[in-house]
Design a protein around this ligand. Structure first.
Ligand SMILES: CC(=O)N[C@H]1[C@@H](OP(=O)(O)OP(=O)(O)OC[C@H]2O[C@@H](n3ccc(=O)[nH]c3=O)[C@H](O)[C@@H]2O)O[C@H](CO)[C@@H](O)[C@@H]1O[C@H](C)C(=O)N[C@@H](C)C(=O)N[C@H](CCC(=O)O)C(=O)O
Ligand SMILES: Nc1ncnc2c1ncn2[C@@H]1O[C@H](COP(=O)(O)OP(=O)(O)OP(=O)(O)O)[C@@H](O)[C@H]1O
Ligand SMILES: N[C@H](CCC[C@H](N)C(=O)O)C(=O)O
Ligand SMILES: [Mg+2]
Length: 487
């Protein structure tokens, strides 16, 4: 039990009805989970409005209600707190409730359109290798040092974040690396957290269904850096023109990284092959198992972060050369038939372009590049024709297929993708609605030395149709269809 006023610390309160000295049990933002003596926070959401469920929360036993507008009918013995912004209030309350766990470890957030999972997961790996206890909050999984939990979001809600951070405190975790999504920033999921550092990877087209414009999407990302404390570091990729914008109003100490422009941390690609990358990071050469230009950026960000967090330079370089690729990010094997199968989470135009360009720089002309790709339903539809154009222009053959259609008609998603294919590329393209069938067809088409890229789902182990998830794992399926020889 906690005293209500203690967990309201830092919350901007407009009005109070009832006592704030009452004891409350848990904080809940979904009326369906409210139990006796809980405090219910009513949030105006994208689909529903939590204010419509205040009476339901009270009948389920809520002792206190936090809301942006007091209800007309107030119930005796219930404390009502009217706040400026419920999502923000929830975030501060969550931090207070779990005793500000972000202050007891070094928390580093990574934001950007692509590379958040890669950077956060590689930092987790690197600091583990350096002998620290480490935490990770990512799209793929949550790690409390060695204990794994299932991830539901890229950036979980503020209660869940603080709950995991407290678990990390209990385990003696010293560093935590987390992904900070634009939805997360916009919904105040990361508010009230004490960050030691923030990293910006890049910005390109995504989520323009949720954010009204690219400028709004960019400014939401920027807000994360605006809110960093002056004790923190802010590390941005200045090869991306939005990098400078991210730093404009931050109080944090600014550091830059880049391959093409002048920066505090620089990298040069010396070799780029299927076997890995040979990089020059500042003045040091390092060989890594990771593949592709974009990973040069990710590795440079990791190198810079490890230095900013005080790791020994020589030690970091040694660990960087040992890092393993992240699940579903350019994961590949070569089959007995000498066909290379790559599974990658590229689900944005920019990511797809990067991964295809990387493959094209390391493949020879007489090998086919067969791409299997789709786009998610109930997500930004404007990226579909762009991905259709990129896939067909940069591959020798393309099979468009389904990727989590959710509540949309799978065929109309494919029609949207096909609309971006230019006339000269028509002959390269076929569409197969069933993703397994599409992968099977790619395997049948492939000759020795050809490359198959299966893009969009990466580590995901399901296909979501109409709210129902059935088992589906690109890597497993292609592994069963081809005779996997080596990884
Ligand atoms: C669009 C979106 O981001 N929605 C998130 C949001 O839900 P919402 O505001 O839409 O909720 P809502 O359904 O409108 O309900 C409003 C409020 O009424 C409450 N309610 C509702 C019904 C009821 O009976 N009683 C009740 O109290 C709800 O609990 C909620 O508090 O807040 C919820 C709690 O934090 C999230 O779980 C939910 O994520 C949904 C499931 C989702 O799919 N989000 C994706 C798009 C997302 O967040 N993705 C990003 C990654 C994007 C990237 O790749 O960069 C992520 O960080 O995961
Ligand atoms: N630094 C980068 N720049 C551009 N593309 C990248 C970069 N890093 C990874 N990618 C591409 O983007 C895909 C997604 O990478 P990753 O999962 O690390 O991004 P993310 O930002 O976590 O995505 P999400 O928004 O879904 O959480 C990868 O599979 C790869 O194709
Ligand atoms: N974090 C992204 C993941 C997209 C992955 C893709 N497989 C899809 O389902 O659209 C999103 O929720 O938009
Ligand atoms: Mg991610």
């Amino acid at each position: 039990m906690k005293v209500l006023k203690d967990i309201l610390y830092k919350v901007t309160i407009n009005a109070v009805v009832g006592s704030t000295s009452v004891e409350v049990n848990n904080i809940e933002f979904d009326s369906r989970n409210v139990k006796t003596n809980d405090v219910f926070v009513a949030i105006v959401g994208a689909v529903a409005n939590g204010h419509d469920y205040i009476s339901k929360a009270v009948s389920n036993g809520a002792r206190a209600i936090v809301c942006q507008k007091l209800p007309d009918d107030l119930v005796d013995n219930i404390t009502y707190i009217e706040v400026e912004n419920s999502s923000q209030a929830l975030a501060f309350m969550a931090a207070n409730y779990y005793e500000n766990p972000s202050e007891n470890l070094k928390l580093v957030g990574t934001t950007g359109t692509n590379g958040k999972t890669t950077v956060s997961s590689l930092l987790y790996q690197l600091f583990k290798k350096a002998g620290y206890k480490v935490g990770l909050l990512s799209t793929v999984k949550v790690m409390v040092n060695d204990t794994e939990y299932k991830a539901t979001h890229t950036t979980p809600d503020s209660l869940t974040i603080n709950k995991y951070l407290q678990l990390m405190n209990n385990e003696g975790v010293e560093f935590c690396f987390m992904e900070v999504s634009s939805h997360g920033i916009h919904q105040s999921r990361t508010e009230g957290l004490f960050f030691t550092g923030g990293i910006f990877t890049n910005l390109s087209h995504d989520h323009l269904d949720y954010h009204n414009s690219f400028a709004e999407y960019r400014d939401v990302k920027k807000a994360f850096f605006d809110d960093l404390p002056k004790t923190a570091f802010c590390l941005v990729n200045t090869d991306d023109k939005n990098g400078v914008i991210m730093m404009q109003n931050t109080n944090a100490k600014k550091y830059t990284y880049a391959l093409k422009t002048y920066a505090d941390y620089k990298a040069q690609i010396l070799e780029n092959q299927f076997g890995g990358l040979l990089l020059k990071l500042n003045e040091n050469e390092v060989w890594t198992k990771l593949i592709g230009n974009f990973n040069a950026y990710n590795l440079l960000a990791i190198y810079a972060t490890s230095e900013l967090l005080g790791l020994d330079k020589e030690e970091s370089l040694r660990y960087i050369s040992e890092l393993e690729s992240v699940s579903g990010r350019f994961e590949y094997f070569v089959s007995e038939e000498k066909i290379t199968a790559i599974v990658d989470y590229a689900h944005t135009p920019d990511a797809l372009k990067n991964v295809l360009e990387t493959i094209n720089t390391i493949r020879t002309k007489n090998e086919e590049l067969i791409t299997v790709v789709g786009c998610g339903g109930d997500r930004d539809a404007a990226k579909r024709p762009k991905m259709g154009h990129i896939a067909s222009a940069l591959s020798t053959k393309v099979i468009f297929t389904s990727d989590n259609p959710r509540t949309e008609n799978p065929q109309s998603i494919i029609d949207d993708i096909e609309a971006g294919v230019e006339a000269q590329n028509f002959k390269k393209v076929i569409s197969i609605l069933d993703r397994k069938q599409a992968i099977k067809t790619a395997c049948q088409m492939a000759q020795p030395n050809d490359i198959i890229l299966i893009a969009g789902k990466g580590h995901e182990t399901y296909q979501e149709v109409n709210g129902e998830r059935t088992d589906f794992d690109d890597y497993k399926i292609v592994g069963e269809l081809l005779n996997q020889l080596q990884k």
